[in-house]
Design a protein around this ligand. Structure first.
Ligand code: NDP
Length: 328
C-alpha cells in the first residue's frame, strides 16, 4: 500500500484526505512512476472545488517528477530507472507512486533536479505554448508589448523570464507591490499592482495609447472586461484560466466595437495530445531552463501531509512562483 491524496466530494481544502491505495502494474502504454516531488497548480483547486468536475472518489494533481519503476507494453521512450517528469491528465499526482499514461512523461535531463522538474512541467509547458504558439495574426516581434496577468505566480514568473528572452516587453500585473517587484526582477519590463491601480489606464500610458498585441489572462472574471480594453486593434485575448472565477458569457459583437479583436481559450492538454508534441515542447522548455534564461523559483515547499495548508495558501494568493509537495 502507498499514500495518495483523494477527495470524496468537491469542496474546501478539508476534503483533501490522505488514503492508502494499492498500485498495480502498468498496462499497455502506461508507466509506474515513484514520485520524488509533486507540483501544485491552480487547476488542482478547480478540480477540488468542482469548477472542473471529477468523478468521485477523485485523485488530484497534474504534475510530478520521479523514477520510472515499471514500463507497460509498447512504451519505448522510457526504461526502468529513468528520471522522469510530466504534466498529465488524468489527475492523480498527489501520491507516492502511480500508474499513468506514458505519452506525457518525459525523461528529465540530468542537470534538472526532481524538485525543479516537478515545479516546472505544467507551468513551463503552459508558458511555452502561450508565448510560442498562441500568437496574434500579425505575429509577435521583439519589442512588442504583451500583458500577462498574475505575473508573479507559477506560470507568471516563467513567462516573465521567457518573454524577456524572446525580446518581448511583458507588462505584468500582480496583487501586491512585493509581487510586482518579483515580476520586474524576473524580466517583466513593467509591473502594475492591479489591486490598487487601474491596469487598463496604465497599459494605455505605458504603450503610448496604442495597447498591447496580446493579453494572457488566467485571472478570468475580475480582469476580462478591462483586459479587452488593453488590446490594440486586431489584438488577441488569450484566456487560459479562472483564478477569480469563470468569465461571464459575452456578445461577440463587442469584439468588433473594441477593434476587431480575436479571442481564444486555450488549454495545455490540447497541445500535448501526442508523445511527439509533448516531447518537442518539453525539449524547448528544458533548453531554456538549461541555458539559464528561465529559472524555476520554488518559493513554497509542503510535505504531502500538509496538502490542505498548501491549497489554503494558494487560494489566498499567499504564494509566488512554483509550489511543490515533498515526499519523505
Ligand atoms: P498562480 O501561482 O499564478 O496562482 C494564481 C494567482 O492568480 C494568484 O497568486 C493571484 O496572484 C492570482 N489571482 C487573481 N485573482 C485571484 C483570486 N480571486 N483568487 C486567487 N488567485 C487570484 O497559479 P498557477 O501558476 O498554477 O496558474 C496560473 C493560472 O494559469 C491559473 O489560473 C491556472 O488555472 C492557469 N493555467 C492554465 C493552463 C491552461 O493550459 N489553460 C495551464 C496552467 C495554468 P495575484 O495576487 O498577483 O493577483
Amino acid at each position: 500500500m502507498t499514500l495518495a491524496v483523494q477527495i470524496r466530494q468537491h469542496g474546501g481544502p478539508e476534503e483533501l484526505q490522505i488514503v492508502d491505495v494499492q498500485v498495480g502494474e502498468p498496462g499497455p502504454g502506461e508507466v509506474r512512476i515513484r514520485h520524488r516531488a509533486v507540483g501544485l497548480n491552480f487547476i488542482d483547486v478547480y478540480h477540488r472545488t468542482g469548477l472542473y468536475p471529477l468523478n468521485m472518489p477523485a485523485s488530484i494533481g497534474m504534475e510530478g517528477a520521479g523514477v520510472i519503476e515499471a514500463v507497460g507494453e509498447g512504451v519505448t521512450h522510457l526504461r526502468v530507472g529513468d528520471r522522469a517528469a510530466y504534466a498529465s491528465q488524468p489527475p492523480g499526482s498527489y501520491c507516492e507512486v502511480r500508474v499513468m499514461p506514458a505519452k506525457c512523461v518525459c525523461k528529465l535531463p540530468d542537470a534538472i533536479s526532481f524538485e525543479t522538474g516537478a515545479a516546472m512541467m505544467l507551468k513551463g509547458l503552459t508558458a511555452q505554448y502561450l508565448l510560442k504558439k498562441t500568437r496574434p495574426v500579425e505575429g509577435l516581434e521583439p519589442g512588442d508589448f504583451v500583458l500577462f496577468h498574475a505575473a508573479a505566480g507559477g506560470v507568471g514568473l516563467i513567462a516573465c523570464q521567457w518573454a524577456k528572452a524572446l525580446g518581448l516587453q511583458l507588462i505584468g500585473t500582480a496583487g501586491s507591490d512585493a509581487k510586482c517587484q518579483l515580476a520586474l526582477d524576473n524580466g517583466a519590463a513593467y509591473a502594475i499592482n492591479y489591486a490598487k491601480e487601474d491596469f487598463a489606464a496604465r497599459v494605455k500610458e505605458i504603450t503610448g495609447g496604442r495597447g498591447v498585441k496580446v493579453v494572457y489572462d488566467s485571472v478570468g472574471k475580475d480582469t476580462w472586461d478591462k483586459s479587452l480594453d488593453c488590446l490594440r486593434p486586431f489584438g488577441l485575448m488569450a484566456s487560459f484560466g479562472n483564478a477569480s472565477g469563470p468569465v461571464a458569457p459575452f456578445a461577440p459583437g463587442m469584439l468588433g466595437a473594441k477593434g476587431s479583436l480575436y479571442v481564444t481559450r486555450q488549454t495545455l492538454f490540447s497541445h500535448i495530445t501526442t508523445r511527439e508534441a509533448t516531447q518537442a515542447m518539453a525539449d524547448d522548455l528544458f533548453a531554456v531552463v538549461a541555458s539559464g534564461q528561465v529559472k524555476i523559483h520554488i518559493a513554497q515547499r509542503y510535505a504531502l501531509r500538509d496538502v490542505q495548508q498548501a491549497h489554503r495558501d494558494l487560494e489566498a494568493r499567499k504564494t509566488t512562483g512554483s509550489t511543490i509537495l515533498t515526499l519523505e
